[in-house]
Write a protein that binds this ligand. Structure first.
Ligand code: HQG
Length: 178
């Protein structure tokens, strides 16, 4: 089984278009694993998929994108569905990082970091992750340093996603440097 491919399809179902899979995310993004499996099995590619395959997909991935708890599964971050997934608001580490393309810099300086098509701005605790995120769109990405301590003190809300990934609402460039 191609777990990368499976992960991409699951991302589509759990982050972006649950309706297309006849799924409805609850307020925290959970769906029943059985419903996801049933829906995936409708396509020839995943017609024999089992819970174990989802578990292996999570295990084998370098990034922890999904979580299975009891009979439910959810994506930790990345959502673009119209109904905002509720995340746990938390005090962030004093510094966070965001990797992005050189071509976005001018607009970010002017408008700050905004969630674009997703529900939240995505940030990481370490520079290495930020570089990897930025490299998805630019061979020589820039890494922005977020003064999250000041942003938090000034009312910007931060949410913990998982491991090194943090989420936030829009962040003004006053709290950003690079
Ligand atoms: C940019 C992947 C212009 C922002 C990754 C980013 C991450 C602006 C892009 C996760 C802007 C949005 C999220 C502004 C922000 N003007 N551009 N004012 N404000 N941007 O994909 O953070 O592998 O929605 O810099 O690894 O790149 O799928 O967000 O470049 O963890 O698990 O607008 O998705 O995770 O792009 O990536 P995205 P992201 P997975």
């Amino acid at each position: 089984m191609n777990y990368d491919e499976l992960s991409k399809e699951v991302a589509y179902a759990l982050r972006h278009s649950p309706g297309k899979y006849e799924l409805e995310l609850d307020a925290n993004g959970w769906v029943l694993v059985d419903q996801l499996l049933k829906s995936l099995r409708k396509s020839d590619k995943w017609s024999h998929i089992e819970l174990d395959d989802l578990k292996k997909m999570i295990e084998k991935s370098e990034k922890k994108r999904y979580e299975i708890l009891d009979d439910k599964i959810r994506a930790f971050y990345g959502h673009s569905t119209p109904m905002k997934i509720q995340k746990k608001e938390m005090k962030p580490p004093s510094t966070l990082y965001h990797g992005t393309s050189r071509r976005f810099l001018e607009s970010i300086i002017k408008n700050g970091l905004v969630p674009k098509t997703r529900q939240y701005v995505h940030l990481s605790e370490d520079i290495h992750t930020a570089i990897l995120v930025g490299k998805r769109r630019d061979t020589a990405p820039i890494v922005l340093k977020i003064n999250s301590e000041d942003a938090y003190k000034n009312g910007v809300k931060f949410y913990f996603a998982h491991e090194t990934i943090w989420l936030a609402d829009a962040i003004s460039y006053d709290f950003i440097s690079y």
